[in-house]
Design a protein around this ligand. Structure first.
Ligand SMILES: [Zn+2]
Length: 548
């Protein structure tokens, strides 16, 4: 192999000291020198190939600490896809046109409808309209939180659901108050009843899933992502990733997060059964190093566990605070079990009550088991009580943050309908987290977010505004962070908390040559221009994997 020198560049190393350089040498996918043009060219020697970047900006490939790549890939290739802003009639039209062209026994699966439709769809009239649009084909649509489904009569029949079906956990089959008939709205754990059947009908073939995963990673590369943490990795998905890597077709570092317990339908083994076989799937780029917990749901459906009550409502009364899926003893015991398997945990907590339980659990585990190098993560960390911020720092717990879930937008409006303003105004206290010494990591939560565009989240962290301009206002401007800190959350900061910092996350000698060439220097432009950054090309281990 010959050395390649990229020179005449505006190179942001994103290393611990934030050094800049103008040249970088790469051999066999690794960075062998970094510095100014003269020293790097001299170090590379006469036989090196040189690429003049004409002053363009290079930085490390971005890291997404939270996405669901395979689910996103399936949606793009095989499902009915529409934006959460689509109106009710638009949703019916999308279903109608999909069902007209579909063949075979497949379900029309897709989404994501906005949570603001939940009330309207929870009626027999809406069910009748969905039945009309689907000409007898089973339909299961997700809402924008992914925690709820809207199904037609054919789907409920195929899944054996009626108003008498027992639902595990905190799930609910919503029924019409006057007739008692199921409306087709399935909440939280009840979604498992249809997902199990649609999964088998649409995704029984592993080849379909592998194609979806590879496609999704191509999309991630197009946004400059070269490493990510899949936030919920089923057994089959893990096997697909390992297989892609062994074939030389995996174009990113992937940290897998294995389901620790079942709160929704999951194909294949989970929990200890999956932990026991995880090492079979470890490859050079696939790291099964995390386990996933869901301690609560989402604020819009009042399934987040809150320390203070939701807004009063007819259905929930004056003082409802939601609840957690596990008790403290259950959670602590399960975290200790994960640690014994060498797994750190990523815990979905959207309420401040579930954050508190998670921290109590980590505290107990540390008391019994002593210190550990495993760095646990709280996913979303939307509501965090000020007292718990210090505890997150003391327990070395990472905040996994996705600005799309809280900056002014359709999500934030739906949260405001359920949660008092004084709490919503305090969402995502990022600056307080950083100042307390909590590690922050940036994630897209794609496909909950419509794209894995990390520039959008990066701008959101800096401006606390919606970069699209479609929504006015600023959420808690005092919690904004500077651009360097935000970039760190999407590069080296994420690499550290995912256990990948020896390989990637910054441009330094010895690390993998994972980098992007972009159309502007994000550290030097107005903060409201960050989201418009375009990736010109993406390089993984020194090879170009995307070009605009
Ligand atoms: Zn997620």
């Amino acid at each position: 192999m010959t050395t390649t020198v990229y020179h005449n560049a505006n190179l942001l190393t994103c290393d611990q000291s934030g050094n800049r350089a103008s040249a970088m040498a790469v051999l066999d996918g690794r960075i062998t020198a970094i510095g100014n043009d003269g020293t790097v060219m001299a170090a590379a020697g006469a036989g090196a190939e040189s690429i003049d970047l004409a002053g363009k900006t290079i930085m490390p490939g971005l890291i997404d600490v939270h996405n669901h790549h395979a689910i996103a890939g399936r949606a793009i290739l095989y499902e009915v896809v529409f934006p959460p802003s689509l109106d009710f009639d638009g949703i019916l039209a999308a279903v109608r046109s999909a069902c007209e062209t579909m063949t075979g026994e497949r379900w029309a699966v897709g989404g994501n409808f906005g949570s603001h439709h939940l009330e309207r769809i929870d009626t027999l009239d809406a069910l009748r309209q969905l039945d009309d649009a689907s000409s007898g084909r089973p339909v299961s649509l997700r809402d924008d939180s992914y925690h709820n489904r809207w199904c037609n009569t054919a789907a409920m029949q195929a899944a054996g659901i009626d108003s008498t079906t027992l639902v595990p956990g905190q799930g609910k089959i919503s029924t019409d108050p006057s007739t008692g008939r199921a409306t087709g709205l399935l909440v939280e754990a009840a979604t498992a009843l249809v997902d199990a059947v649609s999964e088998e009908a649409n995704y029984g073939d592993p080849a379909i899933n592998q194609k979806a995963a590879a496609h999704a990673i191509g999309v991630l590369n197009s946004y400059g992502v070269t490493a990510f943490q899949d936030a919920m990795t089923f057994h089959g998905m893990l096997a697909n990733l390992a297989d892609l890597d062994l074939k030389g077709e995996l174009k990113a570092w992937v940290v897998a997060t294995l389901p620790a317990h079942a709160v929704m339908y999951l194909p294949g083994p989970m929990g200890t059964d999956l932990f026991k076989v995880k090492e079979q799937f470890r490859t050079r780029h696939v790291r099964p190093d995390f386990a996933k917990f869901f301690l609560d749901g989402v604020p819009m459906t009042r399934t987040s566990a809150m320390l203070e009550p939701y807004r009063p409502s007819a259905a929930f009364g004056c003082c409802y605070r939601g609840g957690t899926t596990l008790t403290l003893p259950q959670f602590a015991k399960m975290v200790a079990e994960c640690e014994r398997h060498g797994l750190a945990v990523k815990v979905h907590c959207t309420g401040d009550g579930s954050v508190r339980l998670a921290l109590d659990g980590f505290d107990i585990v540390r008391d019994f088991e002593g210190p550990s190098d495993l760095r646990h993560q709280i996913a979303h960390a939307v509501f965090v009580d000020p007292e718990d911020i210090k505890r997150m720092a003391a327990l070395q717990v990472t905040a996994d943050l996705s600005p799309v879930l809280w900056y002014p937008a359709i999500f934030e409006q739906a949260i405001r309908a359920a949660v008092p303003d004084k709490l919503v105004d305090r969402m995502a206290p990022i600056r307080d987290l950083v100042e307390a010494g909590v590690s922050i990591a940036g994630g897209s939560d794609w496909p909950v977010a419509p794209t894995p565009d990390l520039w959008d989240g990066l701008e959101g962290m800096v401006t606390r505004r919606n970069p699209s301009g479609g929504y006015d206002g600023q959420l808690g401007p005092e919690q904004a962070i500077d651009v360097q800190t935000a970039i760190r959350a999407y590069t080296l900061g994420s690499a550290e908390v995912m256990g990948l910092d020896a390989e990637t996350g910054s441009l330094e000698v010895g690390k993998s040559a994972d980098f992007i060439i972009i159309d502007r220097d994000v550290t030097k432009i107005a903060s409201n221009q960050i989201a418009q950054t375009k990736v010109l090309s993406t390089w993984f281990e020194g090879a170009k994997v995307y070009e605009r």
